[in-house]
Write a protein that binds this ligand. Sequence first.
Ligand code: ADP
Ligand code: ZN
Ligand code: ZN
Length: 737
Amino acid sequence: MTVANRTIVQVLLPVPLHRHFDYLVPTPVDTSLPLVGKRVLVPFGKSGKKVGLVISQSDQTEIEPGKLKPIIEVIDDTPILNRDQLSLRKWISHYYLAPFGELIFSSLPPAIRQGDRLVLKQEIFWQVTNSGKNLDTTSLNKAKKQQAILDFLLRQDSPCSKSHLDEKFQNWRNPMNELVRKELVEVIKQDAAFNLIQTDHIDINLSPEQLAAFNQIQAGLESNKRFLLDGVTGSGKTEIYIKAIQYTIHQGKQALVLVPEIGLTPHFISRFRQRINAKIALMHSGLTDNERLQSWIQAKNGMAKVIIGTRSAVWTPMKTPGLFIVDEEHDPSYKQQEGIRYSAKDVAILRASEENAPLILGSATPSLESLHNVEKNKLTRITLNNRAEDAQQPTFKIIDIRGKKVHGALSHDLLQSMEKVLADKKQVLLFQNRRGYSPVQMCHDCGWIYNCERCDTPLTYHKRINRLLCHHCGVQHRQENTCHECHSNEIIPVGHGTERLYETLSEYFPDSNILRIDRDTTRRKGAMDEYNEQILSGEVDILVGTQMLAKGHHFPDVTLVGIIDADMGLYSNDFRAGERMAQLITQVSGRAGRASHPGTVVIQTHYPDHPLIKTLLENDYHHFANLQLAERKLINLPPFQYQILLRAEGYDTGQPLNFLKQAEKALRSASGKLELFGPYPSPIEKRRGRYRYQLLIQSTQRSDLQSHMHECLKNLEQIKIGNKVRWSLDVDPMDLF
Ligand code: ADP
Ligand code: ZN
Ligand code: ZN
């Protein structure tokens, strides 16, 4: 109905409902200016208020005029999202079968969700004064902390923010105030946080191979092409990104760069800072809410020319979008695993085409999806086969450990190779993708295994804190020495995590300096930076760690890489496990070696004849990927199929199963060519005390899958028992857990 002379707005709210809400615009609000794209504060529920976003305005509503509530206030003077940005999000919410309001709000930084105004703030920064620059910092050696801070500031090429210092130092305020009092450091105010500005001017000449690749990309930058930059580790992909960004900025446009994990890539960022003469905004969860807000504003108004961030940065609006880059495009962290389960890579692909900008996906180990898209001519592939600076690719060696004696988890062959490398004063890197001491605690007398009560999976022993930890729900137990079944005291640790490997290594190589890198040892801020310095300076002899070692850095003095257990990925029930394992091994191996001392990779396995192991032996990820693609095609798996996973969980087994059975019926009755599998238990059937089941829905046609699911969404929502279970839809699921 029409409400005479009054404006009604349709408002989206951050609630998991597929609908908008109508509100009345009170008379004092000037409605000659459009409200679409602005945030409003509205009454919601009994006495609550919520921040909403206006998506349309009219004089129509289906609500009785008497029941219509007025908005409380309009928060923004200008829209925070324009029509194109709104319609892109609409499309994405449709794709992920997600409520539009929930998607919009999860695409905004926390401060904007909470209703903070878009104000560019000035913030305090610290920089070295001229007298500070001329000081020999050793004269501060009685005040070690001041000396360390001054040394650090001297190494920076732009003023340092609070968060930057927090990352590096604890309790730095007092010594910093002393430095300011001595006029060695000064406090300045400037546009807030993480605007990294170039001072060094390093230029690098591309190799002929890089140059050919860049020329091809440059031509595509004009015609908005999409590229897969498929280059072995160390081939200089980052250099090509930088050139492409420089070109984009030169055209007066902005670039958005996604990386898997910022904490692990300080080196990556500092290279950008050295080479790009423009403002770079960072966007990741390690920043404060205000810092993220500031980056967002500066990207939106065009001040920041480059935006570098993790998954959620893909939503950062740009005034003049000119280039999208997804580095390490195969990395699973681009997929959000809770809430709206979007893939930042796919959103970037979509944004690039909607915003008429070119796209570069880069990796040494491209995902099978991307390789398939090359086949379908959706991506143009550009290859770099050689390492920059003439470094050699490592050679691979398999150690068949069947029936062999092992020391801890280390075979005699591996130990011998290590001894040689250490005698040459080079470094060894050991990869074991399990943190903690031992992943299983078993009774030696009866075979009882100590499981997490809430997850039904074995608890991992962490020796340093002497606790048993569940890696699924985080629960901690005191270490126990008594079997719950037979009361024997013979509880033995089974399996070797990084912590136990470290222990074995310390016994075997007492004179070597060993460093462990995993989530437990890198929790502290700035830890990864320190470790990197220790590795690069040669202080470390043996490095042992998890997949964190597969990312980012090159360790030029590492000449031996040992893969402790390659078998984990070979016979998993997740069809992507082989692909993941091959990517990890190839990436870890790529950390090693430089021109002067080429690397060797040794792989311990019980399955030396397995095709994955055999192709890796030839160091040929692509050969392996082709085999996998052929296999996936044969047995109808992605990327030859499109999948949606319907998950349900509850405190007993009956309700979620019951829900999924009804869902299956609802989906079957819908006309269509959908294939349904299940319901069946999730690979981890019980987690955090909840029983979990799933129904897999797939089709060879994405459009079929999408349209039928939309038809059925209402039916799913009407299943009564749905209120009693937690259920969710995962479009393009990356793991079936
Ligand atoms: P990728 O991103 O492919 O792993 P990087 O861009 O990190 O490779 O390059 C690997 C190393 O080689 C880096 O230390 C980088 O500075 C260096 N490098 C890359 N391209 C060149 C070049 N054209 N000349 C000299 N050094 C280069
Ligand atoms: Zn027992
Ligand atoms: Zn648990």
